[in-house]
Design a protein around this ligand. Sequence first.
Ligand SMILES: [Fe+2]
Ligand SMILES: [Fe+2]
Length: 270
Amino acid sequence: MKIVILGDLLGRTGREAALKAIPQLRETLKLDFLAVNGENASHGFGLAPDMAEALFAAGADAITLGNHAWDRREIIPYIAQEKRLIRPLNFPPGTPGSGASVVTARDGRRVLVAQLMGRLFMDPLDCPFQATEGLLGRQRLGNGLDAVLLDFHAEATSEKMAFGHAFDGRASVIFGTHTHVPTADHQVLPNGTGYVTDLGMCGDYDSVIGMGKEPAMARFIRKMPGERLAPAEGEATVCGVFVETDDKGLALRVEPVRLGGRLRPEMPKV
Ligand SMILES: [Fe+2]
Ligand SMILES: [Fe+2]
């Protein structure tokens, strides 16, 4: 399968760039499946149901969230009836929505999409490694699943790489989100799982991880409360990875996708 996953959409500029890029990427790269992270789509905080609808209509097959999952409360009733929208699996038992869903691609193939949240420098949560062991014990690549996509939403690169290796060979691709800066370590791990530590955000890179740079700098320099953070609104760079899988659902290649805005463009050849 040919799959693209785009990183955290940051505010209006990120959302609009992604809405424009999704149909183009589907066409140019002959994609079978496309997923995006939507936790910062609404002015940097959360995702509103109409924004999710627009992303599905543009051609996203699945949307993952993260620590900002509930910032727009309207998403709570919506997520209960939309299984293509996925929040962290290791949220407390009884949390609305699902942390893992089997999503049907346009050609009928079955793709398991799950999100786990890391615990270093993050809210305390149940163990993401144990939660993933449980999930992949019940649902196996090849056994009715054509691809397995794991979004590891975490702050620390060490925890992200450890997670990648822990499930190498049992997922098609494991990708990091949350830190909003694309890493250059995209690779196929030894047992065949595609991996990247962070996809990077879809947002304005003349910013501090997507937010306006002046108030963000002031927080560090002055150590005093200041102006509220708001998304930087210059042209967004759409960032993500392209993964091609074999008939076992393991990765043949992982390559960066970047277009628009300030970062150097990257587009895989198909
Ligand atoms: Fe984020
Ligand atoms: Fe996050």
